[in-house]
Design a protein around this ligand. Structure first.
Ligand code: GLA
Length: 382
């Protein structure tokens, strides 16, 4: 067995994947990584300076902003060794502040929607900013995606990002101390570890909002990407994209990704849920549930470039968003306009609106407990 083949299987095993899931893939070369680089990336209106950090290892290179913890660029080789940035974003700070639909950002305190911006915890009702129709989305209008994080290098290919969210910020109770670690493993897998503690009972649901296009950002649509999701059920939504509370079988619906299929195959089905989402914008109930170590959640493959990505997570849910609201009004990193379906997001998370849904896994965090979550992106080519 070649070294590269061994590496991919070892990585897959670490992620709880089977060798078959990593099937036939070429892994990237190992390596110890070079020292993280830091450079200026503009300043905010109040003069706060924003920095961009670069880490690389095992054939993967990522650039991370202190603003929003944003993954501004994620570069990977294709099957012929040619590199491309496979994540949507901008080449300067201003559009991230004014126009970004969460490109590459860390999301908190609560990923996805909370119905009508209200929830009750221990008998007290809390009100959050409503920023998506009648609902509160991704932590409110100034969530973690719009905060400046403290970034420190953590060895050759790892960065620690910290942010303290004051009590009452965006309506949420408790001071939340958040630590997110971005690491490139020896084989170039991108691992995200989330940790948070609070000084008063609160809710938390952290995720990453990278928009992937494995053929390269600005290269066109992702409808030919083949996506597999390890979920037998999903959470149907109402017309404002709030879960109804039901866990519905994917069998016989466009939401059946148990066997990988092209994203575009069923996206034009006139199914009520597809119409509500204007495509896919749904939480999948991962079959493994909450796990102690990352378990396989999704696999993505672009036949054109040969790039592939496996996602493993400890989270019970995965929001698959097919870039439905990209509407040709934003110019991306390489100067190309982004249109509907030009990228997809795979957001590992607890289920949307959990604070209002007693039957969903709990998102309550209490003092003395530590919120922990890990997601691993393993890359390769085929
Ligand atoms: C998530 C939501 C979508 C949309 C995007 C950002 O994926 O579920 O509805 O808000 O973020 O545009």
């Amino acid at each position: 067995m070649s070294t590269t083949r061994r590496t991919v299987i070892a990585t897959a095993a670490a992620a709880g994947l089977t060798a078959a899931a990593a099937g036939g893939a070429q892994a990237h070369r190992g390596g110890s990584g070079s020292a993280p680089r830091r450079e200026p990336f503009g300043s905010l209106a109040d003069g706060t300076k924003v920095e961009r950090w670069t880490i690389s290892r095992g054939g993967t290179r990522i650039k991370v902003l202190s603003y929003g913890g944003i993954v501004q660029s994620l570069e990977l080789p294709d099957r012929t060794g040619r590199y491309a940035n496979v994540s949507l974003g901008f080449d300067s700070l201003d559009p991230y502040v004014s126009d970004s639909p969460y490109f590459g950002a860390l999301i908190g305190r609560f990923g996805n929607r909370i119905a009508k911006g209200k929830f009750t915890l221990d008998g007290t009702e809390y009100t959050l900013p409503v920023n998506d129709g009648p609902n509160s989305l991704h932590g409110g209008d100034k969530g973690f995606d719009k905060r400046v994080w403290n970034v420190t290098p953590n060895g050759p290919a790892s960065l620690v990002l910290t942010y303290t969210s004051p009590d009452g910020e965006m309506g949420y109770p408790g001071t939340l101390d958040v630590k997110v670690t971005y690491t490139l493993t020896a084989s170039g897998a991108f691992q995200i570890d989330y940790e948070a503690t609070t000084d008063a009972p609160t809710v938390a649901n952290l995720t990453s909002h990278i928009y992937f296009n494995l053929a390269g950002e600005g290269s066109g649509g992702i409808y030919d990407h083949r996506l597999g999701i390890a979920a037998t059920r999903f959470t149907p939504v109402n017309d404002t994209l709030i879960p109804t509370g039901e866990l519905a079988p994917v069998a016989g619906t466009p939401f059946d990704f148990r066997q990988p299929k092209p994203i575009g195959r069923d996206i034009r089905e006139s199914h009520e849920q597809v119409l509500y989402g204007q495509g896919f914008d749904h939480n999948f109930v991962l079959d493994k549930g909450i796990t102690g170590k990352p378990e396989q959640a999704a696999t993505l493959y672009d036949p054109l470039s040969g790039r592939r990505m496996d996602i493993a997570t400890t989270e019970p849910g995965l929001q698959f968003y097919s870039g439905n609201f990209l509407d040709g009004t934003l110019t991306g990193t390489s100067g190309k306009v982004y249109r509907q379906g030009d990228a997809l997001c795979l957001e590992t998370q607890h289920f949307p609106d959990s604070p209002n849904q007693p039957d969903f896994p709990s998102t309550v965090l209490r003092p003395g407990k530590t919120y922990r979550s890990t997601t691993l992106h393993t890359f390769g080519t085929r």
